[in-house]
Structure formats: structure tokens, C-alpha cells
Design a protein. Structure first.
Length: 312
């Protein structure tokens, strides 16, 4: 998400937003000491598990897409809703941490045949996918009819405070701006993406998680340790000036410090919910097939299309 340490080159392909080879390397590094910085993944996995708990059915086989340290399975606890879980992660280090069947695979090229899973869960993973519509299409393809997809990914308002202070500090110290925080999907696009991928009954909503840090530099270190630092292809590739980082920390404290002296960082989480189509699912009524007129429901007078308002 952020890149406080690096200086940049133009992207060779405008369709490639994120540097996924670097993502794989960072995830393997993060896996070595993951328990120290897994708090955000645990929180998001817990919230996703709560939403799954509202679904009144069981799922014989599920896929955990982007398993990290097995937080999603732990969040499910002793629930009997899910019988078996296959874990997938881009990083070998995380796949090795799994306490069950696991493999290394790329979210952009899922290695599964059609209609393999009853449930696909993904917590804090899909925000690094270059082709999100394509990945959602693949998820829809590997679900069995009436299978469920539940995802939670970081959204566009994530780290908005950091965006502002890095832009202000860089403009002041270096006289210019560069990509510092990765662009993520917006809530208003999410349900449409699910629908385009072929999901039935698509729903998207968001929640904000606020985390307190000692200062902006501590936030930047935490993001790096989680493997969540900036992966924009056009990011800077060299070291950022120390003066720029220190000035960013000053501005952050000036604008966003709490009475305790700590600073807040916001993580927007988009929750995605969609079903693989099945004939048993509710369907919208055909135009003109409603049993009751809209005007009657609203207690108003219905007029023909050519009738002017105010005339009898």
C-alpha cells in the first residue's frame, strides 16, 4: 500500500498495476515472523466468519484463497458449517504454515477445474490482484451451482491519512509527487464487478477498521513487515529521502494525533458476497409482472405517460 522506501520507473504495461513478483517475495519474508503482525488479518477473518455464520447451510468443501497464517480457518473455529478447507497462497512460506491441505498458486490463474468448491473464502488478499474482474470470473467458475463466495479486501479509502501526509511532505521537500499508496477498488464498483463475473444476488458493503500507532514511521514499518507496502509498478525504486519521511511523520502527528499522542490509520474493508447461479435462487420479476401497482403502494395517483401533472 505504501512505499516510503523506493524510487521509480514507468510501467511497461499499463494493464499491470501491481508488481506481483515482488508481492510473492514480500509474502515469503512476512511469513517468517507472521504471528507478530497478523492482527489485521485476524480481525478481518473474524468479521468474515461472522458473516458466514449468518448463512443457514453447510459447505462440504471450501477454498481459503490467500490463507496467510491460517487465520480464516481459525476464525471458523469448531463450526460444523465447513467440513474441509483447501488453502491457497501466493507465497510458499504461508502455504507451509497451513494446518491442512495447501498449495502455492496465483490468484490470477487458479489451478482448479470448474465446479470444485461449495464455498470460496478470501480475507485480505484480492486487493493485490491486477485483473480483479478476471479473478472473480475464475472464482465463479470453480464454485458448484449454488456455491457461495465471501470475500473481504482492502478498499480505496484505506490509509487515506497516509496518502495525504506523504503527498504533502514530498511536495514540500522534493517539489513533486510519486505513487505512494496503492490504488484499490471502490465500494461503488464492487457489486457491479460481482454481477459482471456472473454471481447471483451480489452484495457489497464496507467497514472501517482504525488502528492506533505510536507515529507514522511505526505504521510504515508495520506495513512493510506485513508485506503490505506499496506494490504499484510505477513506484519509486530508490530510497526516499530521510527528510521526506521525517516531515511526513510530523505532518501526520499534527493532523491525526489523538489525545493519547498516538496516530490513527484507517483500513477500509470491502465485503463481497455472491452465489453461483442455481435455478432454486430467487429471481427478479419480469417487467410488467408485478401483482400490485407502484402507485398503489405509494398511495399516489397513477398517470399515463402522456398525461401532464395537475390535470384531471
Amino acid at each position: 500500500m505504501l512505499s516510503p522506501y523506493i524510487q521509480g520507473v514507468p510501467a511497461p504495461d499499463p494493464l499491470l498495476v501491481f508488481d506481483r513478483s515482488t508481492l510473492r517475495q514480500r509474502r515469503d519474508r512476512a511469513a517468517r515472523h507472521w504471528d507478530r503482525q497478523a492482527f489485521l488479518k485476524r480481525e478481518i477473518a473474524g468479521r468474515l466468519a461472522e458473516r458466514l455464520g449468518e448463512v443457514r447451510r453447510t459447505f462440504p468443501l471450501a477454498l481459503d484463497l490467500g490463507c496467510h497464517g491460517d487465520e480464516m480457518v481459525r476464525a471458523l473455529g469448531t463450526s460444523k458449517m465447513v467440513a474441509e478447507v483447501v488453502r491457497v497462497d501466493l507465497g510458499l512460506g504461508f502455504a507451509r504454515r497451513a494446518n491442512g491441505p495447501a498449495l502455492v498458486a496465483d490468484e490470477e490463474a487458479l489451478p482448479f477445474a470448474a465446479h470444485q468448491f461449495d464455498l470460496v473464502l478470501s480475507a485480505m488478499d484480492l486487493h493485490w490482484v491486477n485483473d480483479l474482474p478476471g479473478t472473480l470470473l475464475q472464482i465463479a467458475r470453480i464454485l458448484r451451482p449454488d456455491g457461495l463466495f465471501l470475500g473481504a479486501m482492502l478498499g480505496g479509502a484505506t490509509l487515506w491519512q497516509l496518502r495525504r501526509v506523504l503527498a504533502a511532505a514530498e511536495s514540500e521537500i522534493e517539489g513533486g509527487l510519486s505513487p505512494r499508496v496503492s490504488p484499490f477498488a471502490e465500494l461503488h464498483d464492487a457489486a457491479g464487478l460481482l454481477q459482471r463475473a456472473g454471481f447471483a444476488l451480489p452484495v457489497a458493503d464496507s467497514e472501517t477498521i482504525e488502528v492506533q500507532y505510536d507515529d507514522a514511521l511505526a505504521l510504515m514499518r508495520e506495513l512493510g513487515a506485513m508485506g503490505e507496502s506499496n506494490l504499484v509498478v510505477e513506484r519509486r525504486r530508490g530510497f526516499t529521502r530521510r527528510a521526506t519521511l521525517l516531515r511526513a511523520a510530523e505532518i501526520y502527528r499534527e493532523r491525526f494525533a489523538s489525545p493519547s499522542g498516538k496516530v490513527a490509520a484507517s483500513f477500509e474493508v470491502l465485503f463481497l458476497h455472491g452465489w453461483a447461479p442455481h435455478p432454486s435462487q430467487p429471481k427478479p420479476l419480469r417487467p410488467g409482472s408485478a401483482a400490485h401497482r407502484l402507485a398503489a403502494a405509494l398511495g399516489s395517483i397513477e398517470r399515463s405517460a402522456g398525461e401532464k401533472a395537475g390535470r384531471g
